[in-house]
Design a binder for this molecule. Structure first.
Ligand code: NDP
Length: 398
C-alpha cells in the first residue's frame, strides 16, 4: 500500500489536498475522488500549477460501498481521508475495513433524515476496525479536531486535573452577502437551528436554539456575541477528559445571520423532511442549499479573521490554573495560499495533519479513535509549521 486517497472535492478538500501536496515527501502519491470528477480535476490542475505536484483524480459515489471498494482496491492507498459529507462516513468506513485501509474524517456521521450529531454508529464499528487490524481517526478538522488536541495537550502537559472547558469558535469574517454559510449549508444550518446542549456533572442540559448568549472577548479579534450550541466533540471530550465537571461550546453569529436563519426556520425552509411541490418531492433544506452561495465561492470575497480556542480550567500542583489555547487565522491569507477561505482552511489543514500522524505511524492502534485519545504533542508541533500556529495565554482564576 502506498499514498492517500482523498474523497470529496469541496472547500475543505481543496485545502487538505493542497496541504498534502505540500507534504508530498510524506504522502508519496495522492488520488482525489468525488462524485463530480470535474471538481477534482480543477483542484488537481491548480496544484500542478502552484505546487508542481501531480494528482490522480477519479469519480466515485461514496454512498455505494461496492464502488468505493473497487476504487480503494485499485488505488491501494495506506489511508483514506474522507472530506465528503457526514452522510458518507459509514459507507466509507465499511469500505475501508473491507480493504484493510486506515480511515480519517472531520465530522461525525449524520443520517440524511435525522439531525443527531452523535458518534454512536461510528464507535459501534470499533471491533470491526480492530478485527481488520486497522484504525479510524474521527474528527480531524478544527472543531472537532484541533479543539480536542488542545484539550488533550492541556491534559497531558499543563494540568493535573481539568474541571472546566469552554470551546470558543469565532468567525469574524465578512463575505459581503446578507446570508451565506461558510461550510456546507445543510450541515451548518442543521447544527445551528437545533436545540443547544452542554454537559455538566455527568448530565446533558438542553437549551432552546441560541438561548444562551455571552459577549466574549476573542484575543486578536475583539468582543463578539457568542451562542451556546451543541457540538459533536462535547460527546467524546466529556468521556475522554478525566475529572471534567462541565464542557460547553460557543460560536459567534452576526445579527444578519440569525435574522435570516430564524425567518427561514419559521417558513419551513430548514425542513429535512421531503414535501410535495407541484407533484415533485423536494426537501426544503436541500433546495435552500441550491439557492445559497457555494461555500467554496466565498474565498475571494471573505475578509477578516477566525479565532477558535479552548478556555481550560483545573489544577496544577495543587493550585488553580486557567489557560486559553487558541489559533487565529486570516481569511485572505488562507485564500492566497490555497484558494479557500479560513473555515475550509482551518478544517483542511488538521485533516492533512491527522492523516500524516497515521501515515507515518506516529499515531498507532487498532480500532476507532477520537483525536484526543492520542499524544497531542506531535500534532501541536505540526500545527505550528503547517499554517495554524497556536498561542497559550495564562488567565486569572477566580
Ligand atoms: P462541500 O459541500 O463544499 O463539499 C463536499 C464534497 O463532498 C463535494 O465535493 C461533494 O460532491 C462531495 N460528495 C457529496 N456526496 C458525495 C457522494 N455521495 N460521493 C462522493 N462525493 C460526495 O463541503 P465542505 O468541504 O465544506 O465540508 C466537507 C466536510 O468537512 C463535511 O463533512 C463537513 O461537515 C466537514 N467540516 C468539518 C469542520 C470541522 O472543523 N471539523 C468544519 C467544516 C466542515 P461533488 O463532487 O458532487 O460536489
Amino acid at each position: 500500500k502506498k499514498g492517500i486517497l482523498i474523497i470529496g472535492a469541496g472547500g475543505v478538500s481543496r485545502v487538505a489536498t493542497v496541504k498534502c501536496a505540500m507534504n508530498i515527501d510524506t504522502f508519496e502519491k495522492i488520488t482525489l475522488a468525488s462524485r463530480t470528477v470535474s471538481k477534482c480535476d480543477a483542484i488537481a490542475s491548480d496544484i500542478k500549477k502552484n505546487q508542481g505536484v501531480d494528482i490522480d483524480t477519479a469519480s466515485v459515489d461514496a454512498d455505494n460501498i461496492p464502488k468505493l471498494v473497487e476504487l480503494i482496491k485499485k488505488v491501494n492507498p495506506k489511508v483514506v481521508l474522507n472530506v465528503a459529507l457526514p452522510y458518507q462516513d459509514l459507507t466509507i468506513m465499511d469500505a475501508c475495513t473491507e480493504c484493510g485501509v486506515d480511515y480519517v474524517d472531520t465530522a461525525n456521521y449524520e443520517h440524511p433524515d435525522e439531525a443527531k450529531f452523535e458518534y454512536k454508529e461510528q464507535w459501534a464499528r470499533h471491533e470491526q476496525f480492530e478485527k481488520a487490524g486497522i484504525k479510524a481517526l474521527l474528527g480531524s478538522g478544527f472543531d472537532p479536531g484541533v479543539t480536542g488536541v488542545f484539550c488533550a495537550y492541556a491534559q497531558q502537559n499543563l494540568f493535573d486535573e481539568i474541571n472546566y472547558i469552554d470551546i470558543m469558535d469565532c468567525n469574524a469574517g465578512d463575505h459581503g452577502y446578507p446570508f451565506a454559510t461558510n461550510f456546507n449549508p445543510e450541515i451548518n444550518l442543521r447544527e445551528v437551528s437545533a436545540n443547544g446542549r452542554y454537559w455538566e456533572n455527568g448530565e446533558w442540559i438542553e437549551t432552546k436554539p441560541l438561548e444562551i448568549r455571552v459577549d466574549h472577548d476573542y484575543p486578536e479579534v475583539g468582543v463578539k456575541p457568542s451562542y451556546l450550541l451543541y457540538h459533536e466533540e462535547l460527546e467524546s471530550l466529556s468521556k475522554n477528559i478525566k475529572g471534567l465537571k462541565r464542557i460547553r461550546f460557543f460560536m459567534t453569529f452576526g445579527d444578519s445571520y440569525i435574522q435570516h436563519m430564524n425567518c427561514l426556520q419559521n417558513v419551513g425552509m430548514l425542513g429535512i423532511e421531503p414535501v410535495m411541490h407541484k407533484g415533485v418531492e423536494i426537501t426544503p433544506i436541500e433546495f435552500l442549499t441550491t439557492l445559497l452561495p457555494d461555500p467554496a465561492s466565498l474565498g475571494p470575497r471573505t475578509v477578516g479573521k477566525t479565532n477558535i480556542g479552548c478556555i481550560i480550567e483545573g489544577y496544577k500542583d495543587g493550585k488553580k490554573k486557567k489557560v486559553y489555547i487558541y489559533n487565529t487565522c486570516d481569511h485572505q491569507e488562507c485564500y492566497k495560499e490555497t484558494g479557500a477561505q479560513a473555515v475550509s482552511y482551518t478544517t483542511g489543514v488538521p485533516a492533512m495533519i491527522g492523516t500524516k500522524m497515521l501515515y507515518k505511524g506516529i499515531w498507532d492502534g487498532k480500532g476507532v479513535f477520537n483525536i484526543e485519545e492520542f499524544d497531542a504533542k506531535p500534532f501541536m508541533d505540526e500545527l505550528m509549521t503547517q499554517g495554524l500556529p497556536w498561542k497559550i495565554l495564562d488567565l486569572e482564576t477566580e
